[in-house]
Design a protein around this ligand. Sequence first.
Ligand code: SF4
Ligand code: SF4
Length: 72
Amino acid sequence: MAQVKKKQGKVPGIFINRRWCKRCGICVELCPKKVFTTDTLGNPVVKRPESCVWCELCELRCPDLALKLEGE
Ligand code: SF4
Ligand code: SF4
């Protein structure tokens, strides 16, 4: 049975490697909790990490492996 990691009470570290990120916006669009926003250049920015529910969509769907969740 899948566990809801949020129950552990942790706020994840969400790290974006700027050198690898191509600013496709997939993470921003896919996140069900609107954790990300974008800056004026289109870079994804972690805005609400406390809202993260650890669905891992952002990490799994980033085509450039530029996004990493930590704290699991
Ligand atoms: S793990 Fe899910 S809820 Fe958390 S930032 Fe990524 S897409 Fe959003
Ligand atoms: S999905 Fe990956 S490459 Fe695309 S904007 Fe997000 S971090 Fe950057």
